[in-house]
Write a protein that binds this ligand. Structure first.
Ligand code: PEP
Ligand code: MG
Length: 589
């Protein structure tokens, strides 16, 4: 086995897949890098020349148009741009980079643009800078043409691919239709970032934390991805493939065994029950799992509806989506969270000022309360959809009682407004608060007095409790959901909820760990909401224990003084759990 081709990263979303890789940029303006083989140099050079010709023809058209409209003098700038593209030295530099460094044309053109910009920054005087900027302009257009063509080529294809990118952003996770995505691999990214959340929700096997991955990939190279173990094999040989397929088969038969038990609830033999709900990001997610055995949606991250558009969705559009989700869930509870943008969830059409600390900045409910029109449109759409099912509304990023009261006031006002306009609105739409900001945790009793239920967003709660950015790969090792402070916080929320007689759930990704969901049940949480593919595993786990054992597990977990101690405890419980056969199969998470 060529060991150097086996890479170990961090598993983010389970499952195994093998197929050809396709490298992409993680933001619209990032340039993907991949290596090419000696045989591909010729084709890559032709791709470059095709893009230069395309841009040159386009500039020629613009020149002609301008000449007719305003005259030769103004059109001359385009003539100049075409001359720049014909500069043999620039072309030679790009081609040499493609040939000698064996990199794709986009990266080589980007190299030239960078050199031009370096020259520019050394030049004195505005006039000289302007001239240097003009030199890079047509090459930027060539770069855009290359990127655009590459994107169009992959989007118009129908083959299944493994996507590779530098970072795991929401754009990467939604770049291709789910049916064409085998897996995702990236150099960096946070395990609890929104890209990771999406990959799990969509059930895409995913591994991150693979340094220098892109420089080792060639477009279309076959790679095998093990999202359970975080392993990636570049260009696997026959023996490696055979071993990989064995693991894949084991995983598939485990899934099939769980599927056979899908209708069974997450209830112990002595009657302790955990409601296991699904996290979704859109109507499309309802196609990726079995709705029949799903107990409800515990978190609909509505911001993804906004992120996948070119402008804000109207009240009517939102109403249709919300109604559809409620109808598809046929009376089972659906918790829709108010818009939670900001941080790594940016809207391409809503440019917010650059912030030094986006996680501590303008996000979630802070935006909705400042931009009331956004809030009003969304709440009206939700209330209009409410008669279609069992709707609950969840407020993200709550940090103070005042914010909850503000939402209630708008909510009540809109209810009257809609009724006055002749719309039907459900008599009861419970409103809950996400507990993910430490101030809401500290004031939990007061928060509970203001809402119908709470749901803990551990992804954010962990980052704020531990002061570790969930999206920053540099501190990813410090982002520790198993830190005893997190468990103590969770116990406090469960105790306070029970005392207040209010329902409490965990919808952060920590609940996706089946053993951890047992601990949550033992602490007193009545439900968890997780990426859809984890639902069956969690219900299975609950059925293997009885109330005293689950309560004892929670007590011991709470007594752990370090995350090492807690992990050891959970790992022992995990081996105990997976020593038992499930529906005749030898299980393994
Ligand atoms: C969380 O913070 O745990 C959560 C569920 O919300 P999000 O991941 O969308 O921030
Ligand atoms: Mg959150």
């Amino acid at each position: 086995m060529p060991q150097r081709n086996a890479l170990q990263g961090h598993p983010v979303s389970p499952g195994l897949a093998v197929g050809p890789v396709h490298v992409i940029g993680d933001r619209p303006d990032t340039v993907p890098l991949w290596t090419i083989s000696a045989e591909e140099v010729e084709a890559e050079t032709q791709r470059l020349q095709g893009a230069i010709k395309f841009v040159s023809d386009e500039i020629g058209m613009q020149q002609k148009l301008l000449r007719a409209q305003v005259g030769e003098q103004d059109a001359a700038i385009f003539g100049m741009q075409r001359v720049i593209l014909q500069d043999p030295r620039a072309l030679e530099q790009i081609q040499t980079q493609i040939r000698e460094q064996r990199i794709n044309a986009e990266s080589a053109v980007q190299g030239l643009i960078q050199r031009l910009s370096d020259t520019l920054s050394r030049l004195e005087g505005g006039g000289a800078r302007g001239a240097a900027a003009d030199f890079s302009e047509p090459w930027k257009r060539v770069l855009d043409a290359l990127l655009q063509r590459e994107r169009e080529a992959i989007l118009s294809g129908d083959d299944k691919v493994v996507l590779a990118a530098a970072d795991l952003t929401p754009r990467v996770a939604t770049y291709l239709d789910r049916s064409r995505l085998l897996a995702i691999v990236t150099e960096s990214g946070g395990r609890f970032s929104h890209g990771a959340v999406l990959a799990r929700s969509l059930g895409i096997p995913c591994v991150i934390g693979l340094p220098n991955l892109l420089a080792r990939l060639q477009q279309d190279m076959h790679i095998a991805v093990d999202g359970n173990e975080g392993r990636v094999q570049l260009a696997p040989g026959p023996e490696e493939l055979e071993e990989f397929h064995r693991r894949q088969k084991r995983f598939d038969s485990r899934r099939a065994a769980l599927q056979a038990e899908a209708p069974l609830p997450g209830r112990t033999a002595d009657g302790l029950e955990l409601n296991v709900l699904a996290n979704i990001e859109g109507v499309r997610d309802l196609e990726t799992f079995d709705l029949g055995s799903c107990e409800g949606v515990g978190l609909f991250r509505t911001e993804f509806l906004y992120m996948e558009r070119t402008q804000f969705p109207s009240e009517e559009e939102q109403y249709r989506v919300y109604r559809r989700v409620l109808e598809r869930m046929r009376g089972r509870p659906v918790t829709m969270r108010l818009l939670d943008i900001g941080g790594d969830k940016q809207l391409p059409y809503f440019k917010t000022p650059r912030e030094a600390n986006p996680a501590l900045g303008w996000r979630g409910i802070r935006i909705s309360l400042e931009w009331r029109d956004l809030l009003r449109v969304q709440l009206r759409a939700l209330l209009r959809a409410s008669p279609a099912g069992d709707l609950r509304i969840l407020i993200p990023m709550v940090g103070s009682i005042h914010e909850i009261r503000e939402i209630h006031a708008v909510f009540d006002q809109l209810r009257h407004e809609l009724q006055g306009q002749g719309y039907e609105v459900s008599a009861s739409v419970p409103v809950g608060a996400m507990i993910e900001v430490p101030s809401a945790l500290i004031l939990i009793e007061h928060v509970l007095a203001e809402v119908d239920f709470v749901s803990v967003g551990t992804n954010d709660l962990v980052q704020y409790l531990l002061a570790v950015d969930r999206d920053n790969a540099r501190v990813a090792h410090l982002y520790d959901p198993y830190h005893p402070a997190v468990l103590t916080a969770l116990a406090r929320i469960a105790d306070a909820s029970r005392a207040a007689g209010k329902r409490c759930a965990v919808c952060g990704d920590l609940a996706g760990d089946p053993i951890m969901s047992l601990v949550l049940l033992g602490l007193g949480f009545d439900s968890v909401s997780v990426a859809p593919h984890f639902q069956l595993e969690i219900k299975y786990a609950v059925r293997q224990f009885e109330r005293p054992a689950i309560e004892e597990l929670a007590r011991s977990a709470l007594a752990s003084r370090s995350s090492g101690e807690l992990r050891k405890l959970l790992s022992d419980a995990r081996s105990h759990l997976y020593d038992r056969p499930a529906a005749g199969s030898k299980p393994g998470p």
